[in-house]
Ligand binder design. Structure first.
Ligand SMILES: [Zn+2]
Length: 278
């Protein structure tokens, strides 16, 4: 099975586990390795932007975590393999710990990212909305407007519905696992042209996206066989056991008993039941 990339439920799970531990506390020290992630890390910007500042809140936009300070915002994206971990200063550091923020209550926030596709930058507050990663984000899939956003974009789309679900400018924060799972629950073939799907079925799909994400949130995110995802306490999620199609090529469809199929599409596999999904 391929590595588990953190998706929206995993990122939201991380945000929720960090919030009570860190919000309201002041950063006393930063250790930042000048290192090439997808973006970052510039040690001087971390020093100037967060040392001596109180963490006012932790927000999420799509798969970004925004740590709000008085005048600046730290922007994190976990990329392929990133993790944000709260630890005590004496706890052994894992390899690939690139950034450590020490807080005034003696806890540390550590960014661990072996594959370095993450983002860890500090921006002035007024520049956050203009960051390229946030600028073109579509509706939050958990928000009420998600169904209308999906319908509007599907009508004038030329791509397969799975690819439309992965387009972050339509619904922000859906990755391949949850796209496949939502399509299975809605009974829609992942490679069907988005524009050929009726409004009624698209509404059902938007509902399935929310069901899948909310189920994953309740389970604390998805942990696949490689243990790639854990929250700030190092606990894995449990949603993998409930996956209907993803990673289940050749297994029995839980609905009809037929075989789950896999096809390569756009560099990432689609999993589906050829009988249930049209
Ligand atoms: Zn089936």
């Amino acid at each position: 099975m391929s590595a588990a990339v953190p998706e929206l439920p995993e990122v939201e799970t991380v945000r929720r586990s960090l919030e009570p531990r860190l919000v309201g506390h002041r950063v006393t020290r930063v250790e930042a390795r000048k290192i090439r992630l997808r973006e970052g890390i510039e040690p001087n910007e971390w020093e100037a932007g967060v040392v001596g500042r109180r963490l006012l809140g932790l927000e999420r936009r799509a798969k970004y975590i925004l740590a709000r300070f008085e005048a600046s915002t730290a922007l994190f994206h976990l990329g392929m393999s990133g993790r944000l971990v709260v630890a005590l200063p004496d706890d052994p550091r894992e390899p690939h710990t690139h950034l450590v923020l020490r807080f005034d209550h003696g806890r540390e926030l550590r960014l661990v990212d072996p594959r370095r596709f993450g983002v860890a930058i500090v921006l002035p507050n007024q520049a956050v909305a203009q960051h390229p990663g946030l600028l073109r984000l579509g509706a939050d899939p958990l928000a009420a407007e998600a169904a209308a956003a999906l319908r509007q974009r599907a009508a004038r789309s030329r791509v397969a519905i799975r690819n439309l679900l992965l387009d972050q400018s339509v619904l922000a924060g859906i990755g391949n696992i949850y796209a496949n799972e939502a399509l299975a629950r809605a009974g829609i073939h992942p490679l069907r042209a988005a524009s050929a799907i009726s409004a009624r079925r698209l509404d059902r799909l938007a509902g399935a996206v929310q069901e899948v994400l909310e189920a994953a949130l309740r389970a604390g995110g998805t942990t696949l066989d490689d243990g790639g995802f854990v929250d700030a306490d190092g606990r894995g999620g449990y949603f993998a056991v409930e996956l209907m199609v993803y990673g289940r090529e050749g297994e029995a469809c839980p609905r009809c008993g037929g075989r789950i199929a896999r096809r390569a599409a756009g560099g990432r596999s689609v999993y589906y039941c050829p009988r249930c999904q049209r």
